[in-house]
Write a protein that binds this ligand. Structure first.
Ligand code: NIG
Ligand code: FE
Length: 410
């Protein structure tokens, strides 16, 4: 069934904008009094609402009329989250603000391992319910595609349990869930040896992931106290040769992860808070999508990813929430992106691109992120008269409607 939705005060289809490099707002095409024609969950056309209504009259098109002002843009894509976890780390947060560092807390057996203990202790039903609740909140916030990582199981059985919960819960949810195996988050205490754990993942987790199609992507935390570039490299190369997409937590506290991402042909490298000129130039020269995680900078009280410098150098830039109980507990992607925009001096076009088609590129997805013909009909509206109101309200203006696959879902 074909559906025509509109009129929208302004429609920003975000088409024909490059995946890499800096952007100015003049590159955004803005269609006033716009409509979106969809069929079977895909975009058939965008254009003037009245023209589309005339062209399609008598063809059995269902009209969904929008009343009042509405700015329409593609649904947001959160390309980096750790949404599946149990418990809180409010105590870590308070301790960090009182002077302890994230790494000190982790080295003392807290941090990620604290969440591991709470996640292992939670029932599968409880985990599925908390994931559903967080996906619901994300969808209401306009996020129609959500990447979710494992990484708090940290044993063969517990990592597989997390991945099965992500798959089952994701398949049942309205939002699209992209699952990533982050068994290489930190080295489990029971194993203690980095190489041994990476070998175990390849031997005991990967075949099950393949057989049950639990994830098509693998992630690793390349950092002191987690995994070294030296041992991460053969691990990632092996996964890549088996056809998995690669993404890396890199350059968060020390550099090394971004170069490894380039060397192994990763889709993205995420964090990059400490990337310097050398790392920025190398990323700009590569196909790897840099992903800024402003929620982690706000959560840890540290520098933002050098987003301006990356874009000026010619790199791409996606923006994701990193929602997790430790470094990024807030979870509100739009607020975080708006704040990153003010501190890093990003144009509206750069922020919106980072939340949509550039985030899709970080996930290796080419079927979403803009409202071009043939793309998934995932779009959202804000009650406003000008698209610049969205970031101006710094996250306080929430989408008032969300459409997934052409259908209104909120
Ligand atoms: O992206 N840096 C490593 N992993 C997560 C944090 C996980 C946690 O602290 O629970 C991150 O910041
Ligand atoms: Fe993360």
């Amino acid at each position: 069934m074909m559906t025509l939705t509109g009129p929208f005060t302004q429609l920003l289809p975000l088409t024909d904008i490059p995946v890499r490099g800096k952007l100015v707002d003049e590159q955004l095409s803005i269609i006033p009094n716009a409509g979106i024609l969809t069929d079977h969950g895909k975009i058939l056309a965008t254009g003037n609402f009245n023209d589309l209504r005339e062209e399609t009259s008598g063809k059995g098109v269902e009209i969904h009329e929008i009343v009042g002002d509405a700015i329409c843009i593609p649904g947001f894509i959160d390309c980096h989250t750790h949404l599946l976890f149990a418990g809180s780390r409010a105590i870590d947060y308070a301790a960090r603000n009182a002077g302890r560092t994230y790494q000190e807390i982790g080295a003392a057996g807290g941090g990620i391992k604290d969440t591991m203990g709470k996640t292992r202790a939670a029932s599968t039903e409880e985990l599925a319910q908390t994931l559903t609740d967080r996906l619901d909140l994300h969808l209401r916030s306009g996020i129609t595609t959500v990447e979710v990582k494992s990484g708090y199981g940290l044993s063969v059985d517990q990592e597989l349990r997390m991945l099965r919960v992500i798959k089952k819960t994701g398949d049942a949810h309205t939002a699209d869930v992209i699952s990533t195996c982050l068994a290489a988050h930190v080295i489990p205490s029971e194993v203690g040896d980095e190489q041994e754990w990476l070998r175990t993942i390849l031997k005991d987790i990967v075949p099950v992931v393949e057989a049950e199609q639990l994830a098509s992507r693998f992630d690793i935390f390349v950092e002191g106290g987690a995994f070294t570039p030296e041992y991460s490299r053969p691990y990632l190369k092996q996964l890549k040769s088996q056809g998995f997409g690669i993404t890396i937590h890199g350059d968060q506290f020390t550099v090394g992860g971004s170069q490894l991402a380039i060397d192994v042909g990763a889709l993205s490298v995420d964090h990059l808070e400490v990337s310097g000129e050398k790392e920025i130039m190398a990323l700009a020269d590569s196909k790897v999508i840099p992903v800024a995680l402003p929620g982690a900078s706000i959560g840890l009280g540290c520098a933002f990813t050098p987003a301006r410098k990356l874009l000026d150098a010619g790199a791409s830039l996606a923006i994701a929430s990193d929602w997790n109980p430790g470094s990024a507990p807030m979870g509100d992607l739009l607020t975080q992106a708006a704040i990153l925009g003010t501190f890093e001096k990003l144009t509206t076009a750069e922020v919106l691109a980072g939340l949509t088609f550039r985030a899709a590129a970080a996930l290796g997805l080419s079927d979403r992120g803009s409202l071009a013909v043939g793309q998934k009909a995932d779009f959202i509206t804000f009650h406003a008269t000008d698209y610049r109101e969205i970031l101006y309200k710094q996250g306080q203006l929430k989408p008032n409607r969300v459409w997934k696959n052409g259908l209104p879902v909120t």
